[in-house]
Ligand binder design. Structure first.
Ligand code: GCV
Length: 675
């Protein structure tokens, strides 16, 4: 049957062989508790089990049967209370859960227990995921708790319905209809988030329209927050730093001005009056034209603190973005945020976290990890990644980002000995941290399939899974997602999973291999290596590749711009050393002659050509592989992916040809024939 993708990974289709045993293990559902969240758990379990078992399972009937699935908290369920799992439950924290096969009154049962209803909801989704992916559910002994506290979607949605860097239709938030009319999508969205443990969303663009903080908007936002609450999705807002002036009509937004402090306090009080569990503010300040404290001669810490003080009585947080690159700080854009923020370490209020993009430039297909990870010893640092594929083919190319984020999270910062991976830094295991988290610039819009490309859904999914557990493997996540989204047939799964796992490297190969970056223009999609004109030098392509007759690459070594020195030893030494720098980062850190000898024995020029040729060939092979799945998945989604793959293959060839033509003219070397 044709599918449109609206159901995401929550299709609840009967799974493989193991599924035959499920009917015996799931015979009764017991979800005790009066909250709306408990109601959601009941609905989800009933819908899912009915679909997967092909019959309705009795719900909340009196008495206990063999095959009961008991879900809840010790507070709500006497059955769970009597199990006396107090110590084990304590270890799962506020949002974790236990799933165990147990015996109660001689009946074999499955218990999903948590300290709070939200944890029980997460546990229920976890249990359903086991069933969806065809895993055994008869001897369960699972205990989970999220590694990170803040697991947030960051929407770049504008009040006029457009989405900055959005590729899946208009914004989902219908400001004209709110607060009276609540689209079903709001709950469906929150449900999808909850199913992967996402516990909050910043609803508006970081290039923040000040009107979002107006009282009229807040009432609309509160209505949305009411829908999300039972799913554990908390509301956050991007705040415009000059709101006291633009909205409050004050003469200044200087964070040290008493009237400004009071304005933010009153605004926070107003918000919490409407949204008692409001999460806090996200701020892009003094970046790309946005106002900020530096406008008033104040530091980023002073700016963040005025908001933090306003939120603190309500237990709200400030997420202050480190995406700043003022030209007067350093000639190299990649160095600027580190310089600005490390000198402020220790000056932020306890409820401020600095939000740092995965790499030091801007969501490029490949960047080394941002040197701020591990470098802030007294300030919580949370990671910002981007599911929306701004620089990775948008919603036109099939690119699974799980592998890219795995590479980032597994990067060893060496902030404290070896093994200080970014994942550990984020979890507060390297420097103790009051706030931990990871956020993703998101991809859903009003398109029926939410994300434009069916495979772009996998990036929303992977973000949620990694924010819960940043040490999960990209392959496991791809496997899970494929089984839930497309098919449980092992052969089909293997094909799709392999396609996903190779897709990011393929994209890197045909766009920006060997550490090249920013070879684009304003749309961030098509190749534009010749782009040398923009309002700022660091918005051009030539600033980054610096190609000439002699060679190519950005010298960030100790003999050049010294960006390598922002990393801890031995990472800085490795990046600095031409021979030891991983070739995937070569031209990020080094400027090399066209005849530089690569590890393969080829010259740099020949290797570059080979990478572009390989990338375009890999894209074509991907298309072929997809064709082989005809009939293995529903026709509509197969066709829709195939249509986009045709575009991807054509665009990959364009990338190859235009880049090699451009660099070929500079290097004065012929393009060798593809081997
Ligand atoms: C929201 C990049 C994007 C901008 C974005 C900015 C940011 O520069 O192209 O659209 O603005 O990053 O992350 O703030």
């Amino acid at each position: 049957m044709d599918e449109d993708g609206y159901k995401l990974w929550l299709r609840y289709i009967t799974s493989g062989d193991a599924a035959r045993t499920y009917g015996r293990i799931v015979r009764q559902l017991r979800v005790d508790g009066p909250s709306a969240t408990c109601g959601i758990i009941r609905d989800e379990l009933r819908t899912a089990t009915t679909a997967m078992l092909g019959r309705a399972v009795s719900l909340n009937e009196n008495g206990l049967q063999a095959g009961a699935v008991i879900v809840g908290t010790a507070g709500n369920s006497s059955l769970i209370r009597d199990l006396n799992w107090t110590a084990d439950l304590l270890a799962t924290g506020d949002e974790g859960f236990i799933i165990r096969s147990a015996t109660i009154a001689k009946h074999p049962v499955t218990v999903i227990a948590s300290n709070h209803d939200i944890g029980a909801l997460y546990g229920a989704f976890h249990f359903l995921r086991l069933m969806q992916t065809g895993q055994p559910i008869d001897r369960l002994g699972i205990a989970e708790r999220p590694a990170l506290q803040l697991r947030l979607m960051n929407h770049w949605d504008n009040p006029n319905g457009s989405i900055e860097r959005g590729y899946a239709g208009r914004s989902m938030w219908d400001w004209n209809a709110l607060p009276e009319k609540l689209s079903q999508r709001y709950a469906d969205y929150a449900r999808a988030c909850a199913s992967i443990g996402i516990n909050g969303a910043v609803i508006n663009n970081v290039n923040a329209d000040v009107r979002m903080l107006a009282s009229e908007s807040l009432r609309k936002i509160a209505a949305l927050a009411d829908v999300w609450r039972p799913y554990g999705v908390r509301m956050y807002l991007s705040a415009n730093f000059s709101a006291p002036v633009q909205l409050g009509r004050l003469a200044t937004a200087d964070p040290l001005d008493r009237s400004v402090m009071n304005w933010w306090k009153a605004k926070a009080d107003e918000i919490y009056g409407l949204i008692p569990d409001f999460g806090g503010f996200l701020v892009k300040a003094n970046s790309e034209g946005q106002p900020g404290p530096k406008t008033y001669g104040r530091t980023h810490a002073e700016g963040a603190n005025v908001l933090a003080d306003a939120l603190a009585p309500h237990r709200g947080n400030v997420m202050w973005r480190a995406f700043v690159y003022d030209e007067d700080i350093d000639p190299d854009r990649a160095k600027r945020a580190y310089i600005e923020f490390t000198r402020l370490d220790g000056q932020f209020r306890p409820n401020v976290a600095v939000q740092v993009k995965n790499g030091p430039v801007d969501f490029q297909p490949r960047e080394p990890f941002h040197p701020l990870f591990g470098a802030m010893k007294q300030t919580p640092v949370i990671a910002e990644i981007q599911a929306t594929q701004e620089y990775l083919g948008q919603a036109k190319h099939l690119v699974y980002l799980g592998t890219m984020w795995e590479e980032f999270l597994n990067s060893d910062t060496h902030a404290k000995d070896s093994g200080s991976t970014v994942a550990k830094v984020l979890a507060g295991k390297v420097h103790p941290s009051r706030i931990t988290g990871m956020v993703s610039v998101t991809n859903p819009g009003l398109d029926t399939n939410w994300c434009g490309h069916h495979f772009s859904q996998s990036n929303w999914y992977a973000f949620g899974r990694l924010a819960w557990n940043p040490e999960m493997s990209a392959e496991t996540i791809a496997d899970e997602w494929t089984r839930m989204t497309f098919s449980n047939d092992d052969k089909t799964v293997a094909v799709i999973r392999d396609v996903m796992i190779g897709s990011r490297e393929t994209f890197v190969n045909y766009t920006m291999p060997l550490g090249l970056h920013h070879l684009i223009g304003g749309d961030h999609y098509a190749p534009m290596p010749w782009n040398d004109r923009a309002p700022r030098a660091d918005w051009t392509a030539t600033y980054y590749h610096q190609a000439s007759a002699e060679g190519i690459g950005f010298d960030r070594t100790r003999r050049g711009g010294r960006a390598v020195e922002q990393y801890f030893p031995p990472v800085c030494d490795m990046f600095d050393d031409l021979k030891r720098c991983p070739e995937k980062y070569l031209l990020w850190f080094h400027r090399c002659a066209w005849d530089y000898r690569m590890k393969s024995g080829k010259t740099l020029w020949d290797e570059l050509c080979a990478k572009y040729q390989q990338g375009a060939e890999q894209a074509a092979a991907l298309q072929k592989t997809w064709q082989s799945l005809d009939g293995k998945i529903d026709a509509r989604r197969h066709r829709e992916v195939a249509d986009r793959l045709a575009l991807q293959v054509a665009d990959a060839a364009k990338w190859r040809d235009q880049i090699l033509e451009f660099f070929g003219r500079l290097s004065k070397r012929p393009v060798p024939r593809s081997s």
